[in-house]
Design a protein around this ligand. Structure first.
Ligand SMILES: NC(=O)C1=CN([C@@H]2O[C@H](COP(=O)(O)OP(=O)(O)OC[C@H]3O[C@@H](n4cnc5c(N)ncnc54)[C@H](OP(=O)(O)O)[C@@H]3O)[C@@H](O)[C@H]2O)[C@@H](O)CC1
Ligand SMILES: [K+]
Length: 494
């Protein structure tokens, strides 16, 4: 798992390290790592044009020292200084000694020079930035965005809040971000994620000074370790039995997608109960289907309730019935609308509950998501005593104790009808295995979000995706994270 940190946590961890190391040593480690990534991105360094956008703090210092190293390898480096009086003095001397040039941001030659550069290094603001970019920084950012060079952010893209990912106005649109010591949360969540590009972590020795993270990102290997593979002793009941309560006779789509996703994630046994029985039977002969209610479905180990289920009295009764059990329940879509009216139904539960709102559904519980998505998910989770999976470009999963996961596999291609129903089915399947795997509820939801994103990426390789493509790609997504070669995945290649 990759720990995700706030700017304050990183600053607190830096303090003892700074005290224990020679002056400037940490910045040299940062600059060496930064120059090395830039060198790799450029391929050949000699003769390449590099523009440094330099602010008045240590972030600018990192850029200047890295620029000096690149100039030492023959790059033509020019530093553009936002505040020439306050630019890092030692960094500036190092750059000049290596043959680098210096310009003020107010110099009319600066924007065209940035536009022509092969690589632009954004050292305007790091974790010390406050508020939006000021006018001169915005102009340099536009010049970089309009140029053809590789845009690389130093530590964080200038203009994003390193802790929340909030962007107030304009932020540097990086293709790569070279971050130091720890991955800042703002690089993986909210608008910040869209500005960070590929994140490269450079170790500077912060490791054991950092607190245990309270926010994490799962890797493929982490997800594989949480998906217990079927063993020889398993039967259809021991692999987890999911109950799906979704859809209606008029709108069977949600039920079909949700049931299919559960089957394709963990094909033990999926039971369906509700008005879309005919549609589900036709699409998935593998499912056990009844027109009745949850009580007619037979034994299950987790319920999924809500997608396409409506908000009438009958739907409310189904929701209340499953929330009164001691089984894991995933509450989605229409059932979230009902739950927002009666949050006590979930507050009094002790069994695992996962709520999967998008932003508008989230708002029905009282407050809008706002710009701090991790903070928002944590607040609602603590308030309701349930796991909250807040959908988004980077889906955030928070448990009532505050432990949070930020999904890294999401893609904009998933913003299409029915993909939420698929996520619910996946999550239901993972929750149903909790009894045998002992998997923590928030981790189960995070595993589901990861697989959903992986399936989305695999499907999007072939062009625009629809929700059904996700279901078809799920076996391949599970195989991908578990290291199974795609060629061995049967009909998912069709
Ligand atoms: N500590 C270490 O050992 C290590 C630190 N490292 C590096 O240092 C970075 C943190 O450096 P930092 O603390 O100097 O802050 P930084 O992000 O450069 O910005 C602060 C400056 O910007 C200014 N400013 C603020 N807001 C602004 C705005 N909106 N628009 C314009 N200006 C604004 C503010 O000035 P003022 O507000 O007074 O005008 C202040 O001068 C960190 O991200 C990493 O890169 C690495 O080398 C590893 C070792
Ligand atoms: K920066």
């Amino acid at each position: 798992m990759i720990g995700l940190y706030t700017a304050e946590e990183v600053r607190a961890a830096e303090a003892p390290l700074l005290a224990a190391t020679a002056e400037g040593a940490l910045m040299q480690r940062a600059a060496a790592g930064l120059a090395s990534v830039c060198g790799r991105l450029l391929g050949a360094v000699y003769g390449r044009r590099v523009a440094l956008l330099v602010g008045s703090g240590n972030n600018g210092g990192d850029a200047l020292f890295a620029g000096a190293r690149l100039a030492g390898r023959g790059a033509r480096v020019t530093a553009v200084l936002l505040d020439p009086e306050r630019a890092h003095p030692a960094g500036l001397s190092a750059l000049r000694r290596s043959g680098g040039r210096v310009l003020a941001a107010s110099d009319p030659a600066a924007p065209p020079l940035i536009g022509r550069a092969d690589l632009v290094l954004d050292g305007m603001l790091g974790i010390g930035g406050r508020g939006g970019l000021r006018r001169d920084a915005v102009e340099l950012t536009w010049a970089a965005a309009g140029g053809a060079g590789i845009a690389v952010a130093v530590d964080v893209p200038s203009g994003i809040d390193a802790s929340t990912g909030e962007v107030d106005g304009v932020a540097f649109p990086a293709m790569h971000t070279v971050t130091f010591g720890a991955v800042k949360r703002g690089l993986v969540v909210g608008e910040g994620r869209g500005h960070a590009g590929q994140v490269h972590l450079v170790e500077i020795g912060l490791g054991h000074h950092l607190p245990v993270a309270t926010a994490w990102q799962l890797t493929d290997a982490d997800v594989a370790a949480r998906l217990e593979p079927p063993s020889a002793g398993d039967d259809k009941y021991s692999q987890g039995v999911v109950g799906v309560l979704a859809g209606s006779a008029t709108y069977p789509g949600a039920a079909v997608l949700c049931t299919g996703a559960a089957l394709r994630t963990r094909p033990g046994l999926v039971r369906y109960a509700g008005g879309a029985a005919d549609g589900v039977r036709a699409a998935w002969p593998e499912a056990l289907v009844t027109e009745g209610g949850p009580g007619d479905a037979g034994r299950v180990q987790a319920w999924v309730v809500g997608p396409g289920g409506g908000t009438d009295e009958g739907a409310r009764a189904v929701l209340a019935e499953v929330l009164a059990t001691d089984l894991p329940v995933l509450v989605d879509a229409d059932a979230l609308t009902l739950l927002a009216r009666e949050p006590e139904l979930v507050r009094r539960r002790s069994a695992p509950t996962v709520l999967t709102p998008h932003d508008r559904e989230f708002e029905r519980f009282g407050t809008p998501v706002g710009t701090d998505r991790i903070g928002a998910a944590r607040r609602l989770a603590a308030d309701l005593g349930a796991v909250v999976l807040l959908k988004g470009d980077a889906t955030v999963v928070a448990d009532p104790g505050g432990t949070t996961f930020v999904n890294g596999t999401g893609t904009a291609d998933l913003a299409t009808a029915g993909t939420g129903d698929v996520l619910s089915g996946i999550a239901g399947a993972v929750l149903a295995t909790q009894g045998t795997t002992g998997l923590d509820t928030a981790e189960a939801a995070a595993v589901a979000a990861h697989l959903h994103g992986r399936a989305g990426r695999l499907a999007a390789r072939r062009g625009p995706l629809i929700a059904g493509d996700l279901v078809r790609r799920l076996p391949e997504a599970v195989g991908h994270v578990c290291g199974v070669p795609p060629a061995l995945l049967g009909d998912s290649q069709a």
